[in-house]
Design a protein around this ligand. Structure first.
Ligand code: UDP
Length: 261
């Protein structure tokens, strides 16, 4: 992200956000039947609405806040369920403590499904839960890029996420999802989407298109071309990247096709 670039680096930094591979098992197209089949294996009632968060069990991912938001949403939409899907590192004792705290917070609610990679939850299962979700949540209070956000949007699901880190880069408020700052907002937006499937569908469609344009791996090719073009003094980025003496030292570019198109 631009804001992490230290001062004094003028003109020499290229910002290249991450991207997801649309053909990898985690992101390839799964049929609704296949997604439902996988989720059923984990006890989800696929005929009732489902909120999903896929994340490590970490305080900054705020799974406890997600449970609170689910509880508030459930007052309005009693049939809603929640799946918290998170991978665990066997050498991370704090992760296990937080995992146990999350289970305790769920208080034995049979509509809360807490799954981890030791329950055979791998890429296909993550894909299935993201594909099956009526709402995907990423209620982080701090976040890097947030690969799970691109993954959820790519599946065309309505998305609600914390307004932090790389999440706003991926989600335009009210257009391709919702950005929230509190449990209450998260719950209210969830209820909006669950009550209005057409709204959810429209958000999901725009979210998917945004990911298609900006956060799929072929975009790396455009980034490389842009960077090499700027270094060679050719292409559309050259004008933006060139400054004073550096530009003067380069040969004048001749007519060059636009590598980004
Ligand atoms: N992930 C997974 N299984 C899980 C939980 C997470 O495969 O049970 C993956 C998730 O799909 C994503 C990555 O782990 O690809 C997490 O990346 P992200 O940038 O969202 O968060 P980080 O964990 O790096 O803070």
């Amino acid at each position: 992200m631009e804001q992490y670039v230290p001062s004094g680096m003028g003109g020499t930094v290229n910002v290249v956000p991450p991207a997801i591979d649309p053909l990898a098992p985690k992101n390839m197209a799964l049929s609704p039947d296949d997604a439902a089949y996988v989720c059923k294996q984990f006890g989800v009632d696929v005929d009732r609405p489902l909120m999903v968060q896929v994340s490590r069990f970490d305080p900054w991912k705020d799974p406890l806040g997600v449970i609170d938001a689910y509880r508030m949403a459930k007052e309005e939409v009693p049939e809603v369920q929640l799946a918290l899907v998170g991978s665990m590192a066997s050498d991370d004792p704090e992760g296990w403590d937080f995992y146990n705290a999350t289970i305790a917070h769920a208080g034995g609610d049979p509509d809360i499904h807490i799954l981890n990679n030791f329950n055979n939850v791998g890429s296909i299962e993550v894909n299935a839960f993201q594909s099956q979700a009526d709402v995907v949540i990423q209620k982080s209070t701090r976040e890097g890029f947030g690969l799970t956000v691109a993954e959820a949007l790519w599946k065309g699901r309505p998305f609600i996420g914390g307004n932090v880190g790389g999440i706003p880069l991926q989600v335009k408020q009210g257009i391709s999802g919702y950005l929230v700052d509190s449990v209450e907002e998260c719950a209210a937006r969830t209820v909006d989407v669950l009550r209005d499937p057409a709204l959810g569908k429209a958000l999901g469609k725009r979210g998917k298109e945004h990911v298609r344009r900006h956060f799929l791996t072929p975009r790396y090719l455009r980034d490389y071309l842009r960077i090499f073009g700027a270094l060679l003094g050719v292409g559309p980025a050259a004008a933006a990247a060139s400054d004073g003496a550096a530009a003067a030292a380069r040969p004048t570019p001749t007519a060059t096709p636009d590598p980004t198109t």
